[in-house]
Design a protein around this ligand. Structure first.
Ligand code: PPY
Length: 500
């Protein structure tokens, strides 16, 4: 005999105030009255669904287990008889109608020929709020744009007549085989842009031998993602360190037990950057925000999705914590978000297994330099101390990568592999798993052509002499603009939407 309480819709509806607030999520009824002040997205959004079914609003932005793990069991009141629950009628806005039209008129996937194309499609087919959250970067977005431009300040010095019939761009990353010198970097809240969220990445990665870095703030729960992966599939974990270290310890050890191969600790986000596009959407109060691992009540209102859910992240994290991480896991530890040679040296001396030269996709400190520029500072500094090359210490770069040629530049300059975040995110927002597979295929085609043209048959043949990075640290454009050419040149355009 089950003693699960079965409630009716009208019963739940009686508890619809600030002092007595029940909600329904996934057919279960929760008493969230005491939790209201703690909700990082503020109370208003929960109160909007007080006494009602909040599933549709909850779903895209919370891992499925967020509510069950955060609310004491005595607040789990029972299940609801679905036939008695009034449907929450969703008003279809003009924006939503337009979006549906764009979804139907998406360019066929076979007309997508580069990674920029996915961004153009995603921008139209996801909600304005999702676009604002994903695309935004901090302050004036100077670093966001610089991430792209830095690659254009590095020029190739190709070698010829090397018999490039066979070229091979596969590699190993932290001891794991990878079909590309690229891994899928962590991006949060995937369900804002696609109903299947990060699972699209997991499934595509598994079909193509690519490594996915799972985000602490993924919309899909960690276990859902791991359950979707094949037993022999390599996954990394991106970690936001919780103020409550017990939560972090359990999370890390659970990941290790489930076979995650490396731990990437984010070290560039003690406080979240102000992403103004996101903040202007005033997301909070309308649709709520993820409740992930929070133990505090520091509520941030009207500050965009990201700021609202960041209160659990520990700003006191310091070099002193590294031995603790080493004591709780045997996974390789990589510090994600290094921006200077000084910190690269400290990381090496702290005994971690790698660093990601990253400015968090331009979302943290604006006018921080690109990872690529930092790379040319870090490699000689480590080399001068005898720390580079070292097979037990790998250097990664992320931010602004859109082409295999970008990756080849970073590898020639000493990176082991490169992280790609938004392009894969936009690929699945636009076309689901198939989009991600296509993005991987585009990389493959580009690697084949570029390695042939560069005269590098394997990743090991990518050497610093193949690039001229002498202009990389110059933050002014020294090339005079070719006006005649510029004014007559027709800019490339993105994939075309079909006529309706
Ligand atoms: C980001 O948005 O840049 C993230 O890394 C995800 C995130 C989201 C919300 C709080 C902190 C980080």
């Amino acid at each position: 005999m089950s003693d699960i309480r079965v409630l009716t819709g009208p019963e739940v509806a009686q508890h619809a105030s600030k002092d007595d607030c029940w909600i329904i999520v996934h057919g279960k009824v929760y008493d969230v009255t005491d939790f209201l002040p703690e909700h990082p997205g503020g109370q208003a959004i929960i109160l909007k669904y007080a006494g009602k079914d909040a599933t549709a609003a909850y779903e895209p932005i919370h891992p499925p287990d967020a509510i069950t793990t955060n609310l004491p069991v005595e607040k789990h009141l029972g299940v609801v008889d679905a036939s008695t629950v009034a449907k929450v009628v969703k008003v279809v806005t003009e924006e939503e109608k337009q979006r549906q039209k764009y979804i139907e008129a998406r360019p066929p996937l076979d007309t997508i020929i580069n990674l920029h194309d996915f961004e153009n499609v995603a921008r139209k087919v996801i909600s304005e709020k999702a676009w604002a959250y994903y695309s935004s970067a901090s302050d004036d977005e100077i670093t966001l744009r610089e991430n792209r431009m830095a690659y254009q300040r590095v020029w190739f010095r190709p070698r010829i007549l090397r018999d490039v019939t066979n070229v091979d761009w596969s590699t190993t990353i932290l001891g794991q085989k990878s079909s590309l010198p690229v891994y899928i970097s962590a991006t949060a809240l995937g369900k804002l842009g696609h109903p299947e969220g990060e699972l699209c990445l997991t499934r595509a990665a598994q079909n193509h031998g690519v490594i996915q870095m799972v985000a602490t703030l993924a919309s899909c729960s960690f276990d859902e993602i791991l359950d979707a992966a094949k037993p022999d599939q390599s996954l990394f974990l991106q970690l936001y360190v919780n103020r409550d270290r017990e939560i972090t310890r359990k999370y890390v050890q659970h990941a290790e037990a489930r076979g995650v191969k490396a731990l990437f600790i984010t070290v560039d986000a003690p406080q979240l950057g102000r992403r103004e596009k996101d903040m202007r959407m005033k997301f909070v109060g309308e649709e709520g925000v993820a409740k992930v691992q929070d133990g505090q009540s520091g509520i941030k209102k009207d500050e965009g999705v990201a700021r609202a859910i960041s209160s659990f992240i520990d700003p006191s994290l310091s070099w002193k914590d590294i031995p603790w991480f080493k004591s709780i896991t045997k996974m390789p530890i990589i510090l994600k978000g290094i921006s200077t040679a000084e910190d690269a040296i400290l990381a090496y001396e702290a005994g971690v297994q790698g660093i990601v030269l990253s400015n968090h996709g331009g979302r943290q400190l604006d006018t921080a330099r690109s990872g690529l520029e930092v790379l040319v500072e870090v490699v000689p500094a480590l080399r001068a101390r005898g720390y580079f090359p070292d097979p037990n210490f790998e250097i990664f770069v992320d931010g602004g990568v859109r082409r295999a040629s970008d990756v080849l530049k970073a590898l020639a300059l000493g990176a082991k592999a490169v992280g790609v975040g938004r392009p894969f995110l936009y690929a699945f927002c636009s076309y689901g798993q198939e989009g991600v597979e296509k993005a991987i295929q585009i990389f493959r085609d580009e690697f084949e052509m570029n390695m042939r043209l560069l005269g590098a048959r394997t990743i090991d043949e990518l050497v610093p002499e193949m690039v001229d990075a002498s202009a990389l640290s110059s933050h002014v454009v020294l090339t005079p603009q070719d006006n005649l050419f510029h004014n007559t040149y027709q800019p490339l355009s993105g994939a075309k939407f079909q006529e309706s």
